[in-house]
Write a protein that binds this ligand. Structure first.
Ligand code: ZN
Length: 363
């Protein structure tokens, strides 16, 4: 994810390999001079919403069967494009461009929207206005059914403001993603649905420490929602590709001299090797490129150089060759994405922050 603004999106995921990149291709939509029309929501929208939720429940088993049979294989297997042809875009409101891009990425993920469509609708008006998942659901309905060219996410933005995510603030994409994700998860009252959301996004890793004297290993399982990937290696050299960055992230580190740790077995401080293993990948993998480095005091510097990323990632090999699938149904071609995000001639397109990959074969 890189950029400001948003536009109507379509089934623009390409497939090849176990993980495919979910792209949100955006361009600035700045229509701030226009009046903000009254959104088409309230009773009508809620009725449509409830109907679609019932349909969702009734039809879920049929849809899964259809996936099994291979019907609509491209769309279902990738789990993308709930906002398929005909869905409209979002207007930018007070630096909401980053938010708009994130919303589109969420809404394109049918695994996510299936969860969203099953949430329990808050009963009271006040509760509805403050419920992030409910407001997202209303917005999704508007984007799919409104006759307008695009919609303002004003109700959702108001709701987020209540939860301290304010307008006219330039957010770091990863920070905003995590804040939004946590709000959604914490406000879903159905425990099973909240667990499904957690499973959908959570990356499981195992941190380990191996004593170099006795080989005793200590392990600790932990998890995260985004994988924070470095732009430089341990010797401050620029990493050239996403695969390099992944490789660097999982590279073990030697702890010697002042960095030695206490070994339970040796009962003293010994040289050791510290590292992290990937133990479980989620259906939706979010990679966070750490594009800020911290200098003196609180001053930060943006690392704006381009880092090429592949169309698919095969974690069995960590490093994969980019492949091309001739049958891929692309509205937006892979070449377009490469051009947009990796070409220095486009000033706004060279600094991707978040890369969202989808597992090609659902678990
Ligand atoms: Zn030891």
């Amino acid at each position: 994810m890189t950029c400001p603004g948003s536009q109507p999106i379509s089934d623009n995921c390409v497939s090849i390999g176990p993980f495919v990149l979910l792209k949100s291709v955006c361009c600035p939509v700045l229509l701030m001079g226009q009046g903000i029309g009254c959104p088409e929501k309230s009773r009508k929208s809620e009725l449509a919403l409830n109907q679609s939720m019932r349909k969702e429940e009734d039809g879920e088993e049929h849809r899964e069967e259809a996936v099994e049979r291979g019907a609509q294989q491209l769309r279902a297997l990738r789990g993308v494009a709930d906002l398929n042809n005909g869905a409209i875009g979002l207007y930018n409101m007070g630096l909401s461009c980053c938010l708009n891009s994130l919303l589109q990425v969420f809404f394109m993920n049918t695994h996510f929207t299936m969860i969203l469509r099953r949430i329990r609708v808050p009963i009271g008006h006040a509760e509805q206005k403050e419920s992030v998942p409910y407001q997202m659901l209303l917005l999704l309905e508007q984007m799919q059914h409104s006759k307008q060219r695009a919609v303002y996410p004003q109700e959702l933005v108001r709701c987020l403001t209540v939860h301290n995510l304010k307008l006219f603030v330039q957010y770091d994409a990863a920070h905003l993603f995590l804040s939004l994700w946590n709000l959604i998860k914490n406000q879903i009252t159905d425990r099973e649905l909240a667990d499904r959301l957690t499973t959908l996004y959570t990356i499981w890793v195992q941190e380990y420490l191996v004593c170099q004297k006795c080989s005793f290993e200590t392990r600790r399982d932990s998890n995260m929602v985004t994988l924070p990937l470095p732009m430089f290696n341990a010797r401050s050299q620029r990493l050239k590709t996403l695969e390099d960055s992944l490789h660097c992230f999982f590279q073990p580190e030697q702890l010697t001299d002042n960095n030695m740790c206490l070994c339970e077995q040796c009962e003293r401080k010994t040289p050791s090797v510290q590292g992290m293993r990937l133990t479980c990948l989620p259906q939706t993998l979010t990679l966070h490129l750490k594009r800020f480095c911290y200098r003196k005091s609180s001053w930060t510097q943006k690392i704006s150089y381009s880092l090429p990323f592949p169309q698919s990632l095969d974690f069995n090999q960590i490093l994969t060759q980019e492949q091309f699938h001739p049958d891929a149904k692309e509205k937006v071609s892979w070449d377009d994405v490469k051009c947009t995000y990796g070409n220095s001639h486009f000033n706004w397109g060279e600094t991707a922050y978040l890369l969202v990959y989808m597992r090609k074969n659902p678990q």
